[in-house]
Design a protein around this ligand. Structure first.
Ligand code: XBP
Ligand code: MG
Length: 230
């Protein structure tokens, strides 16, 4: 039986990566750095999950030393900018997500989040799109630096399950990327994937359950039907 739905955030709840990219670029410019990530560069950099890890990786690839730069400080500034931009209300949830959340609540399922992004970014997204506090809607939230190893490692999903107090068999993960799918699978979870704009070209394995968008699983009944058909 299905007792919980665990949502990824970036690319799954909403198409947020262009806002992340903008927040990174505006932060670089504000700090007088001549760094700029265009869409192609950002798509490649998304293979590295986590903003701090992504910046360090970018520096290394460009042959620049990281020690001259305050990566944690830059990342704090990026998070501040991202949450400010998010509060303007221009980001919407992906189709089907709000209905599935409502259906899950009505059916008495537990809802959770397992994401690489930072906690303030989740709070800002839920406030801007649903007008409530993430902590009031989700029974468990596992985010960003709460775990040592980010996706594709299983840690963040295992932490969400621990906080839900459930074994992986009782839950399903919703994801948009191969890194996220690998993380969920390594935690022993079933996973339904709907690729987002930045992850549409990811090499998803043949045995992966893919839906074009979340309107196909906008209710608990539809989600259970899809899982049973597997
Ligand atoms: C999302 C990410 C995050 C965001 C940036 O991956 O990789 O790093 O791009 O967030 P997923 P922070 O959807 O698999 O969780 O800058 O807050 O790290
Ligand atoms: Mg994602």
């Amino acid at each position: 039986t299905l007792r919980a739905i665990i949502f990824d955030v970036d690319g799954t709840l909403a198409e947020t990566e262009e806002l992340h990219r903008r927040a990174f670029n505006e932060t670089f410019a504000a700090q007088g750095l001549d760094w700029h990530w265009d869409q192609d560069r950002y798509r490649a950099l998304l293979q590295v999950t986590g903003g701090k890890e992504r910046m360090a990786h970018d520096l290394a690839e460009r042959g620049l030393a990281a020690d001259g730069h305050d990566i944690p400080g830059l990342h704090r500034a990026k998070t501040d900018r991202y949450t400010e931009l998010m509060a303007r209300g221009e980001i919407a949830l992906r189709p089907g997500i709000a209905d599935l959340i409502r259906s899950g609540r009505d059916a008495g399922l537990r809802l959770a989040i397992a994401t690489t992004t930072s906690r303030p970014n989740i709070d800002a997204l839920i406030r801007a799109t649903l007008g409530c506090e993430a902590a009031d809607l989700f029974h468990a939230i596992a985010a960003g630096d709460e775990v040592g190893a980010k996706k594709p490692a299983p840690d963040v999903y295992l932490l969400a399950l621990e906080r839900l107090g459930l074994p992986p068999e009782d839950a399903v993960a919703l994801e948009d990327s191969v890194n996220g799918l690998m993380s969920a699978r390594a935690a022993g979870l079933r996973c339904v994937v709907s690729p987002a704009t930045y992850t549409a070209g990811d090499p998803f394995p043949d045995d992966c359950t893919i839906v074009e968008d979340f309107t196909h699983i906008a209710s608990v009944e539809a989600l259970e039907r899809l899982l049973e058909a597997k």
